[in-house]
Write a protein that binds this ligand. Structure first.
Ligand code: IMP
Ligand code: MG
Length: 183
């Protein structure tokens, strides 16, 4: 039995379903940005990494990618405090460019609210948001989302970039965490 299995209540989204949806999002983004010459994908680390790597291969318009690492602090690993800080900033210029944020999951919305405010202050030509997962039931602040992979229920999930106490981001599927197994 692989080590992650004791934490896995059920597979919520299997690998082929994820891959098919990511390809679909890539096609949609390619069509929407067909006339744009300087698209910049901004991956929110660490959770967005698997999604970014798969998504970029389905985007046919030339684009750059950059990485922004943020973390929330002040509460436990599975609950956000709303206090967000930048751990690693972008190297790319944002001003005047077409920005698409690539995120793993939007829960309360507080992380993305912070990220969008930071990026807006740098005056991009456009700013859109693509999230693989959306948990609308836990939203605390309204966030306009342009591309959503899947709406999911209010369950704690892991795999495909999302961590369980920093581990198991490498799993090729999204699983629901068996909370009874966590201390
Ligand atoms: P928000 O600020 O509440 O929207 O939370 C966003 C961040 O919390 C995400 O970028 C994730 O890193 C983390 N997060 C929220 N829900 C989950 C989950 O179900 N599994 C793993 N990480 C989560
Ligand atoms: Mg996290």
């Amino acid at each position: 039995m692989p080590p992650y299995e004791k934490f896995l209540q059920e597979v919520l989204i299997d690998a082929p379903t994820l891959q098919a949806r990511v390809a679909e999002l890539g096609r949609q983004i390619s069509a929407d940005y067909a006339e744009v010459s300087d698209l910049l994908l901004i991956c929110i680390l660490k959770g967005g990494i698997m999604f970014l790597v798969d998504l970029t291969r389905h985007i046919e318009v030339p684009h750059e990618m950059d990485f922004l690492a943020v973390s929330s602090y002040g509460k436990g690993a599975r609950e956000t405090s709303g206090k967000v800080r930048i751990d690693m900033d972008l190297s790319a210029e944002v001003t005047g460019r077409h920005i698409l944020i690539v995120e793993d999951i939007i829960d309360s919305g507080l992380t993305l609210r912070f990220v969008m405010d930071v990026l807006k202050a740098r005056r991009p030509a456009s700013l859109r948001l693509c999230t693989l997962l959306n948990k609308p039931s836990k939203r605390q602040v309204e966030i306009p989302i342009d591309y959503i992979g899947f709406d999911i229920e209010n369950k704690f999930v892991f795999g495909y970039g999302l961590d369980l106490d920093e581990k198991y981001r490498n799993l090729p599927f999204i699983g629901v965490v068996n909370l009874d197994m966590l201390t």
